[in-house]
Design a binder for this molecule. Structure first.
Ligand SMILES: Cc1ncc(COP(=O)(O)O)c(C=O)c1O
Length: 420
């Protein structure tokens, strides 16, 4: 019997199926499909023993009841204290911005991004994003009725401050500047572009916003900051940059990519008291605190040094996988077919640009042919604000290994040849 239709709320009406959930489900349900799409991490290097040891330690500590009880909305103080020290060390900077009180632990950094957008934006508002940007963030914006506008890339592959000024001036001319509510940046091995932002690029962006009289909330996402291959990209976070002092600033981090995706623990830091409190109020309404046990596990592994030790191996392993995928694509000769990409210095992705005429979007013949050939990628158009190019794709070397990674590259290269 069909039920009576429900007059959904604005949010309910805007809720389309998230592409990320679909990509993850397709990959999990079809083991014969090789997925270069969803950003899963390497199953082989997941920290099984480290987590088991931490669980044994916690469950024989005599304090089991504490860990198995609800925690606080803001999250475990011991873990926040560690994060506060670590971020200040990474930035080589000390200031009240790093106080543990400014940190909140969330259900992945994705929840923190959502909380920030919920408290900052109404439907019809605007957020500036890089070109390209993290596609799940773009979907999140769409789901909240928020318009994403891309900041162009400049001549030296930077996020172009003058391009951003043009966007802002256009919004002013259209009488829409009041709707601009935030800027979202990724400074380390960005998903999907793999670019990092230099300190001077970040400073120039701050200076344009200031010039234009827009001390807007700025969101800086450091999801891949710990996953460099050789040396850490030297830019500090915006929390350490005096150029950003006047701005309400938010920094986002996560333990999912650099430790265990399944613990789904991320965090946000905010040195603007009212903004932080509002996010915590909404988090209180949503879940009054993320799962406490994963936080306790993480506190053990960060305090006993396992986290940093494991990272050393992880960096090498991802570097090897990146080289493998990169090398296989080169060997398949796709450069001669007009495909290009930069070799990343960290992160989990390659970002490929194909021939200008080619359409790789989700409904395209190319995408269907790739699925038929048994390989998945993230269509690049999902990673741009509306109106972006359709000839790009994101490939993740996170989950596949060795022969599977090679085979995925071969399958994809064949489709590229067929469409050249
Ligand atoms: C740039 C970026 N930010 C945030 C996230 C969210 O990660 P999580 O919620 O697992 O911490 C991801 C995940 O892929 C990401 O790529």
């Amino acid at each position: 019997m069909s039920k009576h239709p429900i007059p959904f709320s604005t949010l309910g009406r805007l809720a389309d199926p998230p592409v990320i959930s679909n990509l993850m489900a397709v990959a999990l349900e079809n083991p014969s499909l090789l997925s270069l799409a969803a950003g899963f991490t390497n199953t082989q290097t997941l920290p099984k023993e480290t987590v088991r040891d931490a669980v044994v330690q916690l469950s024989t500590s005599g304090k089991e009841a504490e860990y198995l009880q609800y925690g606080t909305t803001q999250g475990r103080l011991g873990l926040r204290k560690f994060l506060s020290k670590r971020l200040s060390w990474q930035d080589q900077h000390q200031s009240p911005a790093y106080h543990p009180h400014n940190f909140m632990l969330t259900n992945g950094s994705q929840q923190a991004l959502y909380l920030a957008m919920q408290v900052l934006c109404d439907p019809g508002d605007i957020v500036l994003v890089e070109s390209p940007s993290y596609f799940v963030f773009l979907e999140l914006l769409k789901g909240l009725g928020i318009e994403a506008i891309g900041i162009p890339v400049g001549p030296t592959n930077e996020t172009d401050p003058e391009g951003m000024r043009d966007v802002i001036r256009k919004l002013k001319a259209e009488g829409r500047i009041e709707r601009l509510k935030a800027v979202y940046l990724q400074a380390w091995y960005a998903n999907p572009s793999t670019r990092s932002l230099t300190r001077s690029n970040l400073a120039a962006l701050a200076s344009v916003l200031e010039d234009e009289g827009l001390e807007l909330p700025v969101l800086e996402d450091g999801a891949y900051r710990d996953l460099y291959f050789d040396e850490a990209h030297p830019a500090p976070s915006i929390l350490a940059m005096p150029e950003w002092d006047a701005f309400p600033r938010l920094y986002f981090g996560t333990f999912t990519k650099p430790f265990a995706t399944g613990l789904k623990c991320g965090f946000a830091v905010c040195d603007h008291e009212a903004l932080r409190d509002k996010m915590l109020h909404i988090k209180g309404h949503q879940d009054f605190g993320s799962a406490h046990f994963p936080q306790a596990i993480l506190q053990v592994v960060v305090e006993n040094g396992s986290y940093d030790k494991l990272l050393e191996g992880l960096r090498k392993s991802y570097f090897g996988k990146m080289q493998l995928l990169h090398g296989e694509l080169l060997e398949e000769g796709i450069e001669e077919l007009d495909w290009s990409w930069d070799m990343p210095e960290g992160g989990l992705y390659l970002w490929l640009t194909g021939p200008e005429h080619l359409d790789t979007s989700i409904e395209s013949e190319f995408c269907k042919a790739a699925v038929d050939a048994g390989v998945l990628y993230v269509p690049g158009d999902l990673c741009f604000a509306p109106g972006g190019p359709k000839n790009c794709m994101r490939l993740s070397f996170g989950v596949l290994n060795g022969d599977d990674l090679r085979e995925a590259a071969r399958r994809l290269a064949k489709v590229m040849r067929d469409f050249s």
